[in-house]
Design a protein around this ligand. Structure first.
Ligand SMILES: *Cc1c(COP(=O)(O)O)cnc(C)c1O
Length: 374
């Protein structure tokens, strides 16, 4: 019997100069956290984001931690985060000793609701971490206006939105600090890896210092505070430089994949596809759907799986997870509940969005999906 075809949610495309550059890095002997590819990756990625500086890190979570530590967020502080995001957003806040405050999302962007952000502010609020969920930018002008009127910084968690545009500008450069991940399933990958981007000289200096054990630059083994080892290797950066050369073609491919899904699914009233506001250019990292309330999302996923079609549920609302349940404030548009995050979390799923998918594959996936839910 032939093997059934398998359609993965994501797969890296490493068919460009990746092998050549990694081999070059290996042969040069610069395999650790010094070497020319790190500088080049930092500079090229910052340029891509429209920022002055990039600081490469071992992963996206530590880039977030570095951003928060840099802004001296600590015990007794609150940081506003969306309730619907990957857990790392809130965990990085917790690492600093501060407390995450979870706010509801909006239907129109799947990102944090500015009205809820306004309601969540307190005298303890030290920062806002905006997440551009599944590739769609958050409503940055509204969120920045709130932050500015209270004199607090905005960190963008752009780990899922490389190359997405907000009113024509790249995400990552819209707040005080932007943070990216280059994990294997992200738009571009370094295996594991992350980056902090900013325009601010003193932030970049302090980020490099904290990344390297907080060692005083002109005095070896003199550590004036507790730092971290959050460095990226030259090998990872070599992979990153090659990936970055092709980022625009990856974004085109993701948009094309979304377009095919949209063509085959848009007539169904039982589901809704990724949003794209008129001021936004979605990165379409993962084509995703929200199923109607009468459809059992988990059962749908199991039935797709039997047909070789991979999928992922949306993240759980973070205030439902054991480390955060009943420990942190939650703030919605009208009260303490987060109905939009909860609905998206229970009815949302990510569909196969790997670079290798052909139009005919997507047609097959959509036929099976429509068959399952109708
Ligand atoms: C992937 C991701 C991260 C964490 O990145 P890692 O590189 O896996 O540490 C943080 N935030 C969001 C929203 C993510 O999707």
């Amino acid at each position: 019997m032939p093997y059934q075809k398998f359609y993965p949610v994501s797969e890296p495309d490493i068919s460009g100069n990746e092998e050549k550059y990694v081999l070059d890095a290996v042969r040069s002997g610069w395999v650790s956290s010094m070497g020319p590819y790190i500088r080049k990756f930092e500079e090229d990625f910052a340029t891509y984001c429209g920022t002055r500086f990039g600081v490469a890190t071992s992963n996206g979570t530590c880039a977030l931690h570095l951003a928060l530590a840099n802004l001296r967020v600590g015990p007794g502080d609150e940081v506003i985060v969306p309730s619907l995001t990957f857990v790392a957003t809130a965990n990085a806040v917790t690492y600093t000793g501060a407390c995450p405050v979870f706010v509801d999302c909006e239907e129109e962007t799947w990102c944090m609701d500015p009205i809820a952000v306004q309601r969540a502010l307190s005298s303890k609020t030290k920062a806002i971490v905006v997440v551009h969920l599944y590739g769609h930018p958050a409503d940055m002008d509204s969120i920045r206006a709130i932050a500015e009127s209270h004199g607090i910084p905005v960190i963008e968690d752009a780990a899922e939105a490389h190359g997405a545009l907000y009113k024509g500008s790249k995400v990552g450069g819209l707040g005080t600090i932007g943070v990216f991940s280059f994990y294997g399933n992200k738009l571009i990958t370094t295996g594991e890896g992350g980056m902090l981007v900013t325009d601010n000289d003193s932030i970049v200096e302090r980020a490099r210092f904290l990344r390297d054990h907080a060692m005083t630059p002109d005095r070896r083994y003199w550590h004036s505070e507790i730092g971290y080892n959050y460095r990226m290797t030259n090998l990872q950066a070599a992979l990153g430089v090659a990936q970055l050369e092709r980022i625009d073609s990856f974004l085109d491919r993701k948009r094309e994949i979304f377009g095919h899904y949209s063509e085959f699914l848009k007539s169904s009233k039982a589901l809704q596809l990724n949003p794209e506001r008129d001021w936004a250019k979605n990165a379409f990292w993962l084509t995703s759907i929200i199923l109607g309330e009468h459809i059992d999302r988990d059962k749908t996923m199991i039935m797709l799986r039997h047909k070789g079609i991979d999928s992922r549920p949306f993240f759980y609302p973070l205030h439902h997870l054991p480390p955060y349940k009943n420990r942190c404030r939650t703030v919605g548009k009208h009260g303490e509940d987060c109905p939009v995050s909860e609905k998206l979390a229970s009815q949302g799923m990510n569909l196969p969005s790997g670079h290798g998918l052909k139009r005919a594959d997507i047609q097959t996936i959509c036929e099976v999906l429509l068959d399952v839910i109708h």
